[in-house]
Design a protein around this ligand. Structure first.
Ligand code: 2BA
Ligand code: 2BA
Length: 120
């Protein structure tokens, strides 16, 4: 098994979740923020069997678009200090993807309590 960690742009997230869940992949989405543009993006975790990693990567590829984003005025100085360049816009996405080996996967289940959805 591999853990695919994909950082995708906010506007691509819903399409990606629909596409991968329709193909039977399980997924967890966390809202995140890019360190450079300080804009919201999504980090998507998918535990995937080895033989389906390629298929999953292809679905991420088809669901993610590249865009050119303007650097917000308030970050221009910070970005100049960081890069030494006068950067007004950057190409963002499609997706930044890490594929990690999983040494162990477990689903820990407790008995379901009938008629109660409370932990009390
Ligand atoms: P941000 O850090 O907000 O970066 C947005 C875009 O700004 C990047 O797009 C890239 O085009 C540009 N950029 C970032 N750092 C730069 C730098 N030091 N100099 C010049 N340009 C820079 P992407 O590369 O497509 O990355 C999109 C988002 O993916 C990033 O948002 C960040 O949240 C994440 N990401 C990218 N590489 C990562 C890495 N190695 N580790 C963790 N997260 C990463
Ligand atoms: P959800 O994706 O919202 O899934 C909630 C529950 O719905 C799951 O509980 C499972 O019982 C059922 N379910 C989800 N996808 C299904 C499918 N394709 N076919 C049949 N039943 C399905 P859990 O398995 O205990 O998962 C709880 C949460 O853990 C999931 O919430 C998801 O956020 C995360 N998760 C589970 N497996 C994952 C994986 N392989 N990769 C990433 N996240 C995973």
């Amino acid at each position: 098994m591999k853990l695919i960690v994909a950082i995708v742009q906010a506007y691509d997230t819903d399409r990606l979740l629909r596409t991968v869940t329709s193909a039977g992949f399980r997924v967890t989405r966390i809202q995140s923020t890019g360190g450079f543009l300080r804009a919201g993006n999504s980090t998507v975790f998918m535990g995937v069997e080895d033989e389906r990693v390629r298929e999953c990567m292809d679905l991420i590829h088809t669901s993610s678009r590249s865009r050119v984003e303007s650097v917000p005025d308030e970050l221009e100085e910070h970005i100049y200090e960081l890069t030494g360049g006068d950067i007004a816009s950057v190409a963002v996405g499609g997706a930044v993807v890490f594929v990690l080996p999983v040494s162990r996967f477990e689903r820990i289940s407790a008995p379901v309590q009938a008629g109660s959805n409370s932990l009390a």
